[in-house]
Design a protein around this ligand. Structure first.
Ligand code: MTE
Length: 310
């Protein structure tokens, strides 16, 4: 992501470093250094999540190594560099933690995170994550459909959109001391997108409790949209009648739209979205419409001009 208030970076300036990193990763792979992806989950650092239904998704053959998933992150609350979150998120306090669900609902409720974890059976979901910066990963997330939570608060007929609000605490999140984005981080979905069974309320990955740099203790994952839609460390979910403003729309309205469906046919104003570099790969691969989930979600946008509603 390149924030609006930062000086724009010409992608040609960053390519050599990306290439260098990819070459290094390629050599590490060749040397077997990314063995962590092949080891059983029990040897990984971090607390295991119990009672998770395992996925049989064929994408399991393409998993991005645990090390990359947890050390190459976007989490601007902890800095704008890819290695900043893993270095700076360690002090984030994830207990106690509550999520307030409010707005256009009959039964507003404050959920304690440990109560939330037991609300519905935990499933492993292997999803592609496509970042708007044209890189991607394949991640075995753990969670349950957001719809399970939303049903419990009984949305009213006026609930047309859902707003997600991340934690705002500059003492814990030093990145919030600079105005890179309008804090707190805010994202949103249309109600039917939020209720779609692919939209995952996510509490873990690779068998473990969600690492802090990946958005502990709870985040959203929407696999057919660019990664920035997947707000991390959320404390509030608000059901509203009007389309909410999001932090990235406020930062660059011409660059980051509300829908943000992965779309190889609509370029970012400063770079192409036709291809992506899978982290760990040397060569780029074509980007798939809706990130490969078109069969499940394309009908949500029937009749909409996706050039305008980018
Ligand atoms: N959520 C918050 N609160 N702050 C952020 O900076 N970055 C987004 C998204 N969620 C971000 C966020 C972006 S740009 C991406 S690509 C994904 O998180 C990255 O998720 P990952 O680090 O778990 O791969």
């Amino acid at each position: 992501m390149t924030a609006y208030k930062l000086p724009p970076i010409d992608p040609s300036e960053i390519t050599p470093r990306d290439l260098f990193q990819d070459r290094r990763r390629f050599m590490q792979l060749a040397a077997g250094a990314s063995l962590s992806a092949l080891l059983p989950h029990t040897v990984l650092a971090g607390e295991q999540l119990a009672g998770v239904t395992k996925s049989t998704d064929p994408l399991a053959a393409e998993l991005t190594p645990y090390k990359d998933v947890t050390s190459y992150n976007n989490f601007y609350e902890f800095g704008t560099g890819k290695e900043d979150p893993t270095q700076n998120a360690g002090n984030l306090k994830t207990r106690p933690w509550t999520i307030t669900v409010e707005g256009e609902v009959n039964k507003p409720k404050v959920f304690d995170i440990d109560e939330l974890l037991k609300l519905a059976p935990l499933e492993e979901r292997i999803y592609r994550l496509r970042c708007v910066e044209a890189w991607s990963m394949v991640i075995p997330w753990i969670g349950f459909p957001l719809a399970e939570l939303l049903k419990r608060v009984e949305p009213t007929g006026n609930a047309k959109f859902v707003e997600f609000i991340s934690l705002h605490d500059p003492e814990q999140m030093a990145g919030q001391k600079s105005p890179v984005l309008n804090w707190p981080y805010k994202e949103g979905l249309r109600m039917d997108e939020a209720m779609h069974p692919l939209t995952l309320l996510t509490v873990g990955l690779y068998g473990e409790v969600l690492p802090k740099q990946n958005g502990a203790p709870v985040r959203i994952v929407i696999p057919w949209k660019y990664g920035f839609k997947s707000a991390k460390s959320i404390v509030k979910i608000r059901l509203v009648e009007k389309q909410p403003d999001t932090s990235w729309m406020q930062a660059g309205p011409n660059e980051y739209g509300f829908y943000a469906n992965v779309n190889p046919a609509v370029d970012h104003p400063r770079w192409s979205q036709a291809k992506e570099r899978r982290i760990g790969d040397f060569l780029k691969r074509p980007t798939l419409p809706f990130n490969g989930y078109g069969d499940q979600v394309a009908q949500l946008y029937a009749g909409m001009d996706l050039n305008k509603n980018f």
